[in-house]
Design a protein around this ligand. Structure first.
Ligand SMILES: C[S@@+](CC[C@H](N)C(=O)[O-])C[C@H]1O[C@@H](n2cnc3c(N)ncnc32)[C@H](O)[C@@H]1O
Length: 205
């Protein structure tokens, strides 16, 4: 059964409405203390590597969570904190499968989900801990769910082609004979790094 996480109400003007509430941030950071973390919807999170579609958030990587440019097992933990509006408001099974498939592909150990939608066994992941989160006055309740990723042989590979959803726009590149370099890590050709990972490490040194 999920626990309840009670976040105090904050005056709206003090912070970005969509940022992690303090208590949620605390749970994630303390439960993932020894892990490398990638956010696929990074926003302005102040821990881990942030990918975001919006350059104004000044992410480490500009990219789209429907097709994130990382190889298999690149980080210990991948965090999914999508918007609650637009294409992310209603989460069809196909869309959840796509987001979780991509996150579980990249994560060695754990995927974290934070959203208004409660999720059940997506993309072969198994549920670990979970919380129902009260984020403030008159707000929709959020779900904070931790997932264990499947073993490498059971992970869903990145799509060869999207059949529906926002990822369809990438089909023209996926169809190229050379494909895109987001497959399994290959120690022989690139030391296990994908192109984005290599750039991030280059920046660190
Ligand atoms: C709920 S906010 C994440 C907030 C973050 N956890 C924080 O504490 O600041 C969602 C973020 O997803 C980004 N976003 C929206 N669509 C996206 C997409 N398709 N791929 C990647 N990021 C996206 C938005 O720009 C926004 O910064």
């Amino acid at each position: 059964m999920p626990k309840v996480l009670w976040c105090p109400s904050h005056p709206r003007c003090l912070r970005d409405g969509w940022a992690f509430p303090k208590a949620v941030r605390q749970v994630i950071v303390s439960e993932c203390e020894d892990m490398s973390i990638l956010h696929l919807f990074g926003g302005k999170a102040d821990f881990g590597i942030r990918m975001d579609l919006d350059p104004s958030t000044r992410p480490h990587v500009i990219g789209d969570a429907w097709l994130p440019p990382f190889k298999r097992d690149s980080f210990d933990c991948v965090v999914l904190d999508p918007p609650y509006v637009g294409e992310f408001r209603a989460m069809s099974t196909d869309r959840l499968r796509c987001l979780f498939g991509a996150a579980a592909w990249i994560a060695r150990r754990r995927v974290i989900w934070f959203h208004t939608v409660w999720v059940e066994s997506p993309a072969r992941c198994t549920r670990e801990k979970s919380w129902l989160v009260r984020v403030g006055r008159h707000c929709q309740t959020r779900c904070l769910q931790f997932w264990k990723v499947p073993t490498a042989d059971r992970k869903l590979p990145p799509p060869a082609q999207f059949k529906s959803g926002p990822g369809m726009k990438y089909n023209r590149w996926l169809r190229q004979p050379q494909g895109l370099p987001f497959g399994p890590r290959d120690e022989q050709t690139d030391g296990g790094q994908g192109p984005v990972q290599a750039k991030l490490e280059e920046k660190d040194t």
